[in-house]
Write a protein that binds this ligand. Structure first.
Ligand code: NAD
Length: 319
């Protein structure tokens, strides 16, 4: 197994917490670095106290040092919800640039494999559909979303330079919209928002006319894909996502039905530069990593709704 001692940056976030959990289950020692900007110790509280797990409060944009051996660095620190990165534009650019530099420096110093969590947002508002890794994207460099998109594009470039110029062992995963338990009900992303609104009987707010599409991947599938890349020596970039594409209006209706809700659907203003379509071509992941998603959207959404039913009673409003 690659990674008997693993550093997970952003490990107290949604995806990072699953990575910490999976590596602890695999018998690895895990160091979770997080500044809790958008994550929370509550996401990993079930791991605190396990001798193999260490949670360290650390801002990746400052000085980063992890004593001892490290075999794998999974760099997941970065706000990911549009509401979060629009609220924290400079922090998002800093963690994507300086944070990535520091995480790469740590991996290089230790001779560890480095995996960058990149995003389908590097494709911007795509002119190619579905998106293959060979597509260069269509990103507005001065639009509001650029703080995230361009930070990730820079992070991909920096990771590639470390590989080519310094011989670092790196992998880049382009993650498409992932959902599941542990998303913050008020994080502003479509799925937690629709589920929360459906469960509370509030209007479900769909942006634009709801015809824009997304392809949603259940968290367990995404994590399997990331682990497959971590265990390989493949450089990527490689798409990890579920090609099951649906319109936002369809997604809202599916969630409303699964939650047995009678919430009305309300159409609201569409955000600037919101991509019209999004669907991964996953043939590279299948060919190089033997990975494909297994959980269909209805099964995944059902599990997520079950979790939200309990979480809504314990989560502080608007956090
Ligand atoms: P998240 O907001 O739940 O987690 C991000 C974590 O990074 C949080 O715990 C946050 O506190 C931490 N963080 C932010 N800035 C930091 C800093 N300067 N130093 C240390 N920690 C910092 O988001 P997520 O959905 O878990 O996304 C995790 C990663 O995966 C991100 O890099 C994101 O770009 C990428 N990604 C996620 C998705 C998705 O659908 N969830 C899709 C594409 C890419």
């Amino acid at each position: 197994m690659k990674g008997s001692r693993v550093v997970v940056t952003g490990g107290a976030g949604f995806l990072g917490s699953y990575l910490c959990e999976r590596f602890v289950e695999r018998g690895a020692a895990v160091v979770c670095l997080d500044n809790f900007l958008t994550g929370s110790p509550r996401n990993v509280e079930h791991l605190i106290g396990r001798p193999a797990f260490r949670l360290v409060e650390c801002d990746l944009t400052g000085f980063v040092h992890v004593p001892g051996q490290v075999d794998l660095v999974l760099h997941f620190a970065s706000a990911a919800s549009p509401a979060d990165y629009l609220r924290h534009p400079i922090e998002t650019l800093k963690v994507g640039s300086m944070g990535t530099l520091h995480a790469l420096g740590l991996a290089a110093e230790k001779g560890a494999r480095f995996v960058l969590a990149s995003t389908s947002e590097v494709y911007g508002d795509p002119l190619e559909h579905p998106q293959k890794e060979t597509y260069w994207g269509n990103v507005n460099p001065v639009g509001p979303r650029s703080v995230y998109d361009e930070a990730k594009r820079f992070a991909e470039s920096l990771t590639t330079a470390y590989r080519n110029a310094r011989g670092a062992d790196t992998g880049i995963v382009r993650i498409f919209n992932t959902y599941g338990p542990r998303m913050r009900p008020y994080d502003g992303r479509a799925i937690p928002t629709f589920i929360r609104q459906a469960l509370l009987g509030e209007p479900i707010t769909v942006t634009g006319d709801g015809s824009q599409t997304r392809s949603i991947c259940y968290v367990d599938d995404t994590i399997d894909g990331v682990l497959a890349l971590a265990d390989s020596d493949f450089a990527g970039p490689v798409n990890i996502g579920n090609p099951a594409e649906m319109s936002m209006a369809e997604l809202a209706e599916t969630i409303r039905d699964l939650a047995r809700s009678s919430s009305p659907i309300r159409f609201v203003e569409r955000p600037v530069d919101d991509p019209a379509v999004r669907r991964p071509d996953t043939s590279l992941a299948e060919e190089r990593l033997g990975w494909r998603p297994r959980i269909d959207p209805v099964t995944g959404l059902r599990r997520t709704i079950d979790w939200f039913e309990k979480a809504l009673t314990t989560y502080p409003v608007a956090s």
